[in-house]
Design a binder for this molecule. Structure first.
Ligand SMILES: [Zn+2]
Length: 106
């Protein structure tokens, strides 16, 4: 059986809590979700960073502000499209991917 989120809860501005259909609860830092964004642009950025680890990234002011989730919309019953407060919303987080991220809450 495929696991699906049964409840999404904002613990605070920077933390999301997902309850899964098997009862497991996981906590997600918004900044970690943003870093794990699966869209092509972010994947390429991460790949470039791996090849040039010494290079300093210049952060835009929006990247320095604490990141929040503006919106989470269900996409085709298998994923969430997350709109982050920096305006980024091209990543589709599949349930499978989300389940791998985050920290289990006891
Ligand atoms: Zn992305």
């Amino acid at each position: 059986m495929e696991l699906t989120p049964t409840e999404l809860k904002r613990l605070d501005d920077q933390t999301l809590l997902i309850t899964w259909s098997d009862g497991q609860r996981k906590r997600y830092a918004v900044s970690d979700l943003r870093k794990a964004c699966p869209c092509v642009m972010c994947r390429n950025e991460r790949k470039a960073a791996e090849h040039a680890p010494q290079q300093l990234t210049i952060l835009a002011p929006t990247e320095l502000a604490p990141l929040k989730i503006d919106r989470m919309a269900l996409a085709g019953n298998y994923a969430y499209r997350i709109t982050f407060s920096d305006g980024h919303n091209t990543g589709l987080f599949t349930f499978e991917h989300l389940r791998q991220l985050g920290e289990v809450v006891e």
